[in-house]
Design a protein around this ligand. Sequence first.
Ligand code: MN
Length: 294
Amino acid sequence: MDTQAETEIAATPVVRSRTVERLVAGQFVMDGAGVRINRVLTGPLQRRLDPFLMLDAFGSDKAGDYIAGFPSHPHRGFETVTYMLHGSMRHKDSFGNEGVVTDGGVQWMTAGRGVIHSEMPAQTEGLMEGFQLWLNLPARDKMRAPWYADIPSGDIPRFTLENGVTVQVIAGASHGVAGAVQRDGTEPVYLDIGLPAGARFEQPLRAGHNAFIYVFRGEAVVEGKGIAATRMAILANQPDADGVRISASTPTRLLLIAGRPLGEPIAQHGPFVMNTQEELIRAVEDFRAGRFAG
Ligand code: MN
């Protein structure tokens, strides 16, 4: 990595860490054609965690929990970010894009004015584990042209600190390393952080941006508060906090996600997320009339 950038960060540590405002246990739901999911970020938290609309965690070595997949379905008005820790999922969409997101890879899809796609397992046995995050689009971008990228694991920028902490920078930036994806309107930071036992990690966060942690191995600690595996911690928006300090006494792995709130009305009907009811009605009409096809 860029040693100059690392030096700069080392010279500007987080002075005051955010605290944990609330711990959230996800809800087990069935989605798609019958996939077992831990829905961590649910509808009632969309306003609090603006611009993030949903976070699903999935993980099972029982094919019956995932094999049905997500057959053809539409999206409009936001972005989906699929991060596959283990396993393979095949994506096909109405614009002719096709790809397999596999072990450590990310698929970033901007639905914009409308995409119809399927997300189906490309495996019939073994472990499938990962996450799907829904990131809202600013009103001005909701009807933009769709976009998508498959980012294999080897293309995700990563670095290791002297204390053994490993960071994969999916979006935004950390310790001078720019992530795989950048977004103007929502300025998302999406990090996968691995902490060895006894290690500490600091990440500057912009005041006013909403931020949360999801622990998927071990247990993290933020300002004395423990965050167990499969729990989300919403980080408080203290105006005088300049970031977050995370430590772990056991090997721990977590997602740290932050973004700039849009402050716009959120109108959702299933896979359509717009600003008004009228726009939702139009989304349903356009879908039924076949206007989502590439
Ligand atoms: Mn989808």
